[in-house]
Every structure is written in structure tokens, then in C-alpha cells.
Design a protein around this ligand. Sequence first.
Ligand SMILES: C[S@@+](CC[C@H](N)C(=O)[O-])C[C@H]1O[C@@H](n2cnc3c(N)ncnc32)[C@H](O)[C@@H]1O
Length: 203
Amino acid sequence: MAPRFIAKQLAWPAGIGGWLVRAGMNRGNARLNSYAVDQLQLVPEDQVLEIGFGGGAALPRLIGGASFVCGVDRSDDVVSAATRKFADVVRAGRAEFHLGAVEKLPLRDGTFTKVLSVHTVYFWQSLEAGSAELARVLAPGGRVVLGFLPKGRMDRMNMPADIFTPREPDDIAAALKATGFSEIEVRRPNSETAWAVATGVRN
Ligand SMILES: C[S@@+](CC[C@H](N)C(=O)[O-])C[C@H]1O[C@@H](n2cnc3c(N)ncnc32)[C@H](O)[C@@H]1O
């Protein structure tokens, strides 16, 4: 069993433990985040939303490649840390960080052209509830990218079942389809790669 303390911090980083876990995630999740950002196909006009940005592994590239970036995370500490770290960009009106949950985003309909979320689907109340909110805040033609460790690999990590819900790639694809996405694909850089990325386009 993975230590409950670490599992809890991955799900909801807080305090000094959260600080350590955020730094660890930025290193451990760097390749997946980099691949996931590639799949966003950023253009300079993009208005990007990242849900569950944690230590902010993807944020520098999002901020560098889009005109505006909004981050939403359910951890107060995560939101405060990003607001401090990217204070200049926030002041310039090119980024905002908000406390919130994927199931009820504090954002208006059709606001974004791209949405990214990496290693968060295990914590969503349901794939459909989260996916429906992503569809709501994306403009038609907008692109969603979800990075995750598929259930088969996640099961080997023995994460506490009351904190992590492992997800099948087919279930993620089905939730996207059911909530208004098309052109859905699940891909990874090569067959040796443990993690995967699901992409779709808002109808
Ligand atoms: C495992 S970390 C991943 C962080 C980062 N995306 C990465 O790849 O390193 C999960 C993050 O998602 C946030 N999170 C978990 N469930 C969430 C939800 N339902 N809504 C919004 N944020 C959530 C957590 O607070 C945490 O910061």
C-alpha cells in the first residue's frame, strides 16, 4: 500500500507535505506534462484552462505559448503558490489562478479554446461530471487534453481506493463522447510508455 499521506497529498496538496509533493510531481510528471502540452497544439491566440495544475509543471509552457492561461485547482496552497510564482504574468492580465473543482468550475460557458488536465481524473467524482464541465467552458472547436496513468498501471501502485479511482482509457473516451466531444483519441509516445493522453474536440 502506498503511504496514505503521500496519496492524500497527491490528491489534495496542503502544508509542508504538499510543498514537497508539488516539487516531486514537477520532476516525476515532467515527461507526461510535456507530451500533453504538445497535444494541445497551442497557438498564440489560445485561451487555455488547466485543471489541477498542482506544482505547475505545465504552466511555463502554457503561459509562453498562449495569450491567456487560467488555472483551477481545489487546493488553496496550490492556487496561492502559483499566484505568487507567476505574479508578473497575473499582474499583466495574462494569467489567473482560482480555487475550484472540475465538477463545478467557477468559469463562464464557452470561454476557452484549450483545456488541459494531467493526473486528475482519478479524483473526479465521475468522469461524466468532469467532462461535462470541460465541454461547458470550452468554445465549439476547442480542444481537450487529459493525461493519466491507465487503470492497469495504476492498480500496480496499490493506491488507497478511497482516494484514487483508477480509470480505463475506454471509459475516459466514452465520457468525452457522451458529453459533447468528437475526434477522440487515446495515445502515448510509444508502446513502452506507462501513461497515456486522451484528446478530443468540442462539438
Ligand atoms: C496528482 S496532482 C497533479 C498535478 C499536475 N497536474 C501534475 O501533472 O504534476 C493532482 C492535482 O489536481 C488537483 N485536483 C484533484 N482533484 C481535483 C478536482 N476534482 N478539481 C480540481 N482540482 C483537483 C489537486 O489539488 C492536485 O493539485
